[in-house]
Design a protein around this ligand. Structure first.
Ligand code: F6R
Length: 263
């Protein structure tokens, strides 16, 4: 696992956007797994800038989002569907036909979840999956106790997650209590994982995920089992890690080797 510690949110966002851009440039029809929430906003902003100013081409890119609220219409201002078009898709040249977001309105959610899994497989699997982390250590909406082998399904949100997400709604009563989310097993199938965290309110979850035991109580800890993981943090989110000095040293060495190899 590469743990990259940047000074602040802007630097974290630029770093992560650079990693995603590199993926797209090396594979123009890359399959991106995407996340919503506050954390990736800076990354999406930077990707839109790179599209406009640096010809980053999304025309062949395919995307799969992690999750969507259950029974929130796609045109609801707080749906993840609305979020993705507003913050990324409307600013880049992705083909809307290549965009997949779970359908929280599907009549048969079980069937929909099976078809979502099949569509990811048919696309050749996710090349790089972007992840945020909840204060309870969740990835996607895989709340504590989610099976580490879980697949896309309907999940009940914890009170903490509902409270955290209330900031986007007029009041807490409006926050959906359920979401359709890729499972932990679905996320683990991606070829690369890129998890981001910013701010001191994420420091404990980040420490538990990276340096704690692998446990269904902190679903992000499953990243420790994946062979290709990058975690990009700002200093506040990294503040409770016990091995920061080592992670910083490793990155410095990696940069040196990359410079010498001319990559
Ligand atoms: C969103 C998602 C969630 C968020 C997490 C952090 O698609 O899957 O796991 O990444 O709740 O949310 P923010 O970034 O708003 O702190």
């Amino acid at each position: 696992m590469r743990v990259i510690i940047e000074t602040d949110y802007a630097a974290m966002s630029r770093k992560a956007a650079g990693i995603i851009a590199k993926e797209i440039r090396s594979k123009p029809n890359a399959v991106l797994g995407l996340a919503t929430g506050s954390t990736p906003l800076g990354v999406y902003h930077e990707l839109v800038r790179m599209h406009e100013k640096e010809n980053l081409d999304f025309s062949g890119v395919r995307t799969f989002n992690l999750d969507e609220y259950y029974r929130l219409r796609p045109d609801h201002p707080e749906s993840y569907h609305t979020f993705m078009f507003k913050n990324l898709f409307d600013g880049i040249n992705v083909n809307p036909a290549n965009v997949s977001i779970p359908d929280g309105m599907a009549a048969d959610i079980g069937l929909f979840c099976e078809s979502y899994e099949r569509r990811i497989k048919d696309a050749g699997g996710v090349d790089i999956q972007l992840l945020g982390i909840g204060r309870d250590g969740h990835i996607g909406f895989n709340e504590p106790g989610s099976s580490l082998g879980s697949r896309t399904r309907l999940k009940t949100l914890t009170e903490e997650t509902i409270r955290d997400n209330a900031r986007f709604f007029d009041n807490e009563g409006e926050v959906p209590h359920f979401a359709v989310t890729m499972g932990v097993g679905t996320i683990l199938d991606a070829k690369k994982l890129l998890m981001l965290a910013s701010g001191s309110n994420k420091a404990r979850a980040v420490r538990d995920a990276i340096e704690g035991p692998v446990s269904a109580q902190v679903t992000a800890s499953v990243l420790q089992l994946h062979p290709n993981v990058m975690v990009v943090l700002d200093e506040e989110a990294a503040s409770m890690l016990s091995r920061s000095a080592y992670y910083i040293y490793v990155e410095r060495m990696a940069e040196k080797f990359e410079a010498e190899a001319g990559t």
